[in-house]
Design a protein around this ligand. Structure first.
Ligand SMILES: *Cc1c(COP(=O)(O)O)cnc(C)c1O
Length: 447
């Protein structure tokens, strides 16, 4: 598809500012938020939303902003996508919950069948459903430990895997994710990542050898249950490892009987211009953790993988009250159908080309842009002090503030907070993405 037709309710696809950002009603709500909601729960751009769809988010003051965040890579097929909304409405009228572990229902089984079919690799697979990305990663580790009888887990520099105790331990960055929240889970080790912009001259296979050497010397394959990696890192800065890095790691894991886990919570479901980011290099993970883009905004997550590994835990060892909730399953089936029939994988590539063309042209004129990278509709701009690789988080904040004031929802990421990340819904019409890029280019001229 070139222009999406189905993503979102019939909202005018326009940037329209009628107040300052945030407007008076949003500011009123922000004051109530401060009095009612724990301070620990921050809000990036405190415009309070009343509707969203296609490429826009509409707020309580009547402003229509261009959405370059998709609620952190969640509303891939568009917010309130009609096919998803219809499926959820039908399910909510039939039944809302029974608990799959008490009296099951077919939606769960159908989601499992669909994930077994579309995830990388043609081997026999099984799936288990959960509520959040962190929960999926935790369960992938549980399953890998049950399957191998080993305990250690390796994660990477700049990794982000969630905010539960085990996944905090696996996440690399202290502030804001871990600070003051320890002690963390044991038997989690960290290996060096392939980060081409900060790793000049180290190609993918060499970066893999460097990581494997650390793992060998500091952990030992015989103790290692799982290597968990994001094929393109999300919160850590949209770090795309050098070609050959992931295949070499996966191959080493296979040879050593280590479970290779791809955390595709952020990269999955067409986001990167492949159905899954692992597909790009033909990497077949033993287990894949998915969430975010899976169900159009309803809370759902999954672990999918080799049948013999997935079936290792004892009966009753996996589950949770809400895991694979019927509403979320109905939404996921609609999302998967939408992706498979409406050309979203191609759409992600088109959006990615538009983003990379404009941003690399901007980089050629602006020495503060150290790197432009990403695949599909997952693109980042890393900001540095000119002529160096020294991160410039202050500039990044200034860019985000100026872009927000002009009606863009833009997120940041990166270990140093110096990376702008662009994650438009794939339901974004071309003219809005072009307008967003015009605004962003203008902002770089101003700041
Ligand atoms: C967001 C994210 C998680 C955590 O998902 P939650 O649903 O927030 O628990 C885990 N891994 C990656 C790569 C993510 O981007």
């Amino acid at each position: 598809m070139s222009e999406p037709v189905t993503g979102g309710p019939a909202l005018a696809q326009e940037r329209r500012l009628v107040t300052e950002i945030p407007g008076p009603r949003s500011r009123e709500l922000a004051a109530r938020k401060d009095a009612a909601v724990s301070r620990g729960v921050g809000t990036g751009l405190p415009v309070y939303v009343t509707a969203a769809g296609g490429g826009v988010v509409v707020d309580v003051d009547g402003n229509s902003l261009i959405d370059l965040g998709s609620g952190i890579a969640v509303t891939t097929v568009g917010n309130a996508n009609p096919r998803v909304a219809e499926a959820v409405a039908a399910q909510v009228a039939a039944f809302t919950h029974t608990c799959f572990m008490v009296t099951p229902y077919d939606g769960y089984v159908r989601v499992a069948e669909a994930l077994n079919r579309i995830t990388p690799g043609s081997h026999e697979k099984r799936t288990a459903l959960f509520n959040s990305g962190a929960e999926a990663v935790e369960n992938a580790v549980k399953i890998a430990r049950a399957a191998t009888g080993r305990q250690a887990v390796v994660a990477f520099d700049h990794a982000y895997h969630g905010r539960t105790n085990l996944t905090m331990a696996m996440t690399a960055k202290n502030m804001p994710y871990k600070h003051g929240f320890g002690p963390f889970a044991a038997e989690v080790y960290r290996a060096p990542m392939s980060y081409p912009f900060r790793d000049a001259g180290v190609d993918g296979p060499a970066a893999a050898r460097r990581a494997i050497d650390v793992i060998d010397k500091q952990v030992g394959a015989a103790n290692l249950a799982a290597v968990v990696i994001e094929p393109i890192q999300g919160e850590g800065g949209f770090v795309v490892p050098a070609p050959g890095f992931l295949p070499a790691l996966a191959e080493w894991c296979r040879a050593q009987g280590v479970v290779f886990v791809a955390d595709e919570v952020q990269t999955g479901f067409a986001r990167t211009g492949d159905l899954f980011a692992c597909d790009h290099e033909g990497v077949v993970p033993d287990l894949i953790a998915t969430a975010k883009g899976i169900a159009g905004g309803l809370p759902l997550a999954a672990v999918t993988g080799r049948a013999e590994i997935m079936d290792a835990p004892h009966v009753g060892g996996l589950g949770g009250t809400y895991g694979g909730n019927p509403l979320a399953c109905a939404a996921a089936l609609a999302v998967i159908e939408e992706i498979e029939t409406e050309g979203y994988v191609d759409r992600a590539r088109q959006l990615g080309k538009t983003l990379l063309d404009r941003l690399t042209a901007l980089q050629a004129q602006d020495p503060r842009i150290g790197d432009v990278r990403g695949r599909g509709a997952m693109v980042a701009v890393e900001l540095v002090h000119p002529g160096t690789t020294d991160p410039d988080p202050e500039l990044t904040q200034r860019v985000v503030r100026a872009a927000s004031a002009q009606g863009l929802v833009v997120l940041t990421c990166g270990t140093w907070g110096n990376v702008l990340r662009l994650l438009p819904p794939l339901a974004m019409p071309d003219h809005l993405l072009t307008e967003a890029l015009d605004v962003l280019v203008g902002v770089f001229g101003e700041v």
